[in-house]
Design a protein. Structure first.
Length: 142
């Protein structure tokens, strides 16, 4: 799937689908305590894949290979602004992620992940990815 072109009316947000030994990496937000896929907001003029690589470096102290876009989910920020969450398959380059900007990190099986208190758009995205079988292997064909 090709990553869509960002539109100015939406807050463009990226997230990483990182699967290791059948478990998905999740990050817990400091303020709300909700869980999410790691990632963040795209800066003006920044490509979505460059955004995700930057966010993973800033938030988790890792370098990553950003692969294909697996899915895009529309939703709303807590303030009601429309957002578009772009999920990319990613591989870490041998480092262990650190929660530099999160309360905690956790590796969970996809069914366990859906049992956590997730950000609403992340939940909808994870449900779609799980039904499509995208969380069952870490290779994602690349």
């Amino acid at each position: 799937m090709t990553a869509p072109t960002p539109e100015p009316d939406f807050l463009e947000v990226t997230c990483a689908v990182i699967v290791r030994q059948g478990k998905l990496l999740l990050a817990q937000r400091v303020q709300s305590g909700l869980w999410e896929l790691p990632g963040g907001k795209a800066e003006p003029g920044e490509t979505l894949s460059a955004c995700l690589a930057r966010e993973l470096s800033e938030e988790l102290a890792v370098t990553a290979q950003v692969g294909p876009c697996l899915a895009t989910q529309e939703g709303l920020t807590p303030q009601g602004r429309p957002l578009r969450l772009h999920a990319f398959a990613c591989r870490l380059n041998g480092q262990s992620p650190q929660p530099l900007e999160h309360r905690a990190l956790a590796w969970r099986e996809p069914s366990q992940a859906l049992g956590l208190k997730l950000c609403p758009t992340d939940r909808a995205l994870l449900e779609r990815l799980k039904s499509a079988g995208e969380l069952d292997n870490s290779g994602h064909g690349w």
